[in-house]
Design a protein around this ligand. Structure first.
Ligand SMILES: CC(C)(COP(=O)(O)OP(=O)(O)OC[C@H]1O[C@@H](n2cnc3c(N)ncnc32)[C@H](O)[C@@H]1OP(=O)(O)O)[C@@H](O)C(=O)NCCC(=O)NCCS
Length: 251
């Protein structure tokens, strides 16, 4: 960390402009703070760089996923679906998705969606619309072998993931690769509901290699590469990401 390049909020703002982020945009990202360099002001500076670039008319949405029972520390593999749901507390359950989303989650004025496994946290123009009614979302519950980490309605119709698609968010991977791309779980759900259900009413949850699909999407030219500080950053349209992944994966 001592050897890491010093990165300021203004430097991050310049990187965002160079990537094509403009005022009014709706942006979602997965991140590694450390990969950016030594950020003066830490996670808050990264969040502020985004919020100042997006302005009042913009929206920032970050993953606020939870992967363990924060009350007992038990691993999801070792607890039941019901225990996972009971352990969830929208106000206090931390996210494992990194210091940047965890910092945004704790900020006053941020809204979090209500889902025990795949919540998002958001601020700005579309924050309320994107986070509302996550509890009422549905899709893929019928699938055989639905993994325990995919709670009821996590990625279904009307979930925040569905709304990020509909509103065509700018989807970014900052210092991380497609293995962190939760939107590909939404793709799994769309595949189930739109294609696999027709073939076999009891189809299993579709499994594929996220990194391999990522490489295919890059080869198809939908990913713009840039840097945030030192972090290799991928940027893509959420609609292109979902539509192209489905094109590649659909039966
Ligand atoms: C797991 C993951 C978060 C780890 O990334 P990371 O950069 O090590 O961790 P965070 O983003 O939480 O940042 C904390 C790190 O930044 C360091 N840090 C602290 N202050 C800092 C600063 N001012 N500038 C830069 N780094 C700083 C911390 O020391 C810590 O590193 P350490 O654990 O080596 O001590 C990341 O690899 C990842 O997978 N991100 C995506 C997660 C996700 O969205 N997943 C969704 C589907 S599974």
């Amino acid at each position: 960390m001592e050897d890491a390049q010093r990165v300021t909020k203004d430097m991050i703002k310049k990187c965002l402009v160079a990537l094509g982020i403009v005022e009014g945009d709706l942006v979602f990202f997965h991140s590694s703070l450390k990969s950016i360099g030594h950020v003066e002001g830490g996670a808050d500076a990264v969040i502020d760089a985004f919020l100042e670039t997006l302005g009042k008319s913009g929206t920032l949405v970050l993953p606020a996923l939870c992967a363990y029972d924060c009350k007992t520390g038990a691993d999801w593999d070792k607890i039941s679906r019901e225990e996972i749901e009971n352990a969830w507390d929208i106000k206090t359950t931390p996210t494992f998705t990194g210091l940047i989303p965890e910092t945004l989650r704790k900020r006053v004025g941020t809204i979090r969606s209500d889902n025990p496994t795949h919540s998002v946290t958001a601020v700005g123009r579309y924050a309320s619309e994107i986070t509302k009614d996550h509890k009422k979302a549905h899709g893929g519950e019928w699938a055989a072998n639905r993994p325990k980490w995919a709670s009821r309605g996590a990625f279904g119709e009307n979930s925040p993931w569905d709304k990020l698609y509909t509103l065509d968010a700018k989807y970014m991977l900052i210092g991380v690769d497609f293995n962190s791309c939760t939107m590909l779980h939404h793709v799994q759900m769309v595949l189930l509901e739109k294609y696999l259900r027709k073939i076999d009413g009891n189809a299993p949850w579709p499994i594929f290699d996220f990194r391999q699909i990522g490489r295919k999407l890059e080869a198809l030219g939908i990913v713009r590469f840039g840097k945030i500080g030192c972090a290799v950053t991928r940027l893509m349209s959420c609609r292109s990401l979902v539509d192209m992944a489905i094109k590649v994966l659909r039966p």
